[in-house]
Design a protein around this ligand. Structure first.
Ligand SMILES: [Fe+2]
Length: 241
């Protein structure tokens, strides 16, 4: 079921295991001023959810923000065949049967007006030719001062399963907004990652919505900056914290 987060901003969540850990997954819905709905990182849909969405507005755009959150795209596109399906580059190799309408790029992203977006680059390519393992785009909804990320960062705390809490304590990331552990390992060009993070930090966000973990409602920008100290190069001084 959809959950209102702010005016014109909703999320819907469902359980999901990742490497055996229950981390859940979340989609985000932004309503534009003209009533169009942009659905980012769709989850499995049922009739009740679709009915709820249709009461909020008209689903016009479906966004696949990275190379991982594609499991329910085709199902969602079937529900809304006239909606434009946006994908990050490289997804066509992972999902050759997916009907992609438009690729996220610096040139096209302005079409999603009222939402700013930036790709996070600088990670290793692994097996997807020419693309980072995430190839993730992140979004800023200025009206609600919300940063929307998918796998770029997570926040695991007492709302997570007991095993997930234990693991996150072992990794020292419990109760903190942190990058995915994959990111440090996969970093190929730290300067480029830093550039992307610095772009994100030009946005004045208070809230951070991510696909896995608890939504950060306050001081999101400061927490995000702290989480990315390693990429940014210098730890924040105690005054800055
Ligand atoms: Fe994910």
């Amino acid at each position: 079921m959809l959950r209102a987060i702010d005016q014109d901003l909703w999320v819907a969540e469902q359980p999901l295991k990742y490497f055996g850990l229950e981390v859940g997954t979340r989609m985000t819905i932004v309503r534009l001023q003209d009533g169009r709905l942009i659905v980012i990182s769709p989850i499995a849909s049922d009739d009740a959810m679709i009915q709820q969405l249709n009461q909020l507005g008209v689903v016009s755009d479906i966004v696949a923000p990275n190379l991982y959150h594609h499991l329910f795209l085709a199902q969602f596109k079937q529900r809304y065949p006239h909606a434009k399906l946006w994908a990050t580059s490289g997804l066509e190799q992972k999902c050759p049967n997916l009907l992609i309408d438009q690729y996220l790029s610096e040139q096209t992203i302005g079409l999603l007006d009222e939402i700013e977006a930036v790709p996070v680059s600088g990670f290793n390519t692994f097996d997807i030719k020419g693309y980072s393992p995430l190839n993730e785009w992140v979004f800023f909804h200025s009206k609600s001062r919300t940063l929307i990320v998918t796998d770029l960062a997570f926040y695991l705390d007492g709302h997570s399963s007991l095993t997930t809490q234990l693991i996150s304590r072992l990794f020292g990331v419990y109760g903190q907004l942190r990058p995915s552990w994959l990111e440090r390992i996969a970093t190929r060009d730290k300067a480029r990652v830093k550039q992307s993070i610095q772009h994100i930090l030009t946005w004045e966000f208070e809230r951070v919505i991510m696909a896995h973990g608890r939504i950060v409602e306050r001081n999101g920008k400061r927490q995000f900056q702290q989480g990315y100290e390693w990429f940014l190069g210098s730890p924040l001084s105690s005054e800055e914290r």
